[in-house]
Design a protein. Sequence first.
Length: 91
Amino acid sequence: MWLILGIGAMIFALLNVTFTFKEKNTNWYRFISLSLTALTVCAFYSDGTRRVVKEDWSGLMDTMPIISKTLWILVILSILINSISLFKERK
């Protein structure tokens, strides 16, 4: 689930940047992208919680170190990409 939400967040972030340079209104794209980013983090946390409840320790040890770093990077990139339209509108 978190993978689908993450891909959706990236798509809307790219649409946000694309329509920003075409001088179109991008408020909804920015809102949807940041919302999907937040839902991605929540879904990942929920997946980790489900693995803890099931006591799937090997699954946690395999996925958590890599995916947690990846989520940090992708959330920061999502914020930076979506801020492009904010800074472009102010000029």
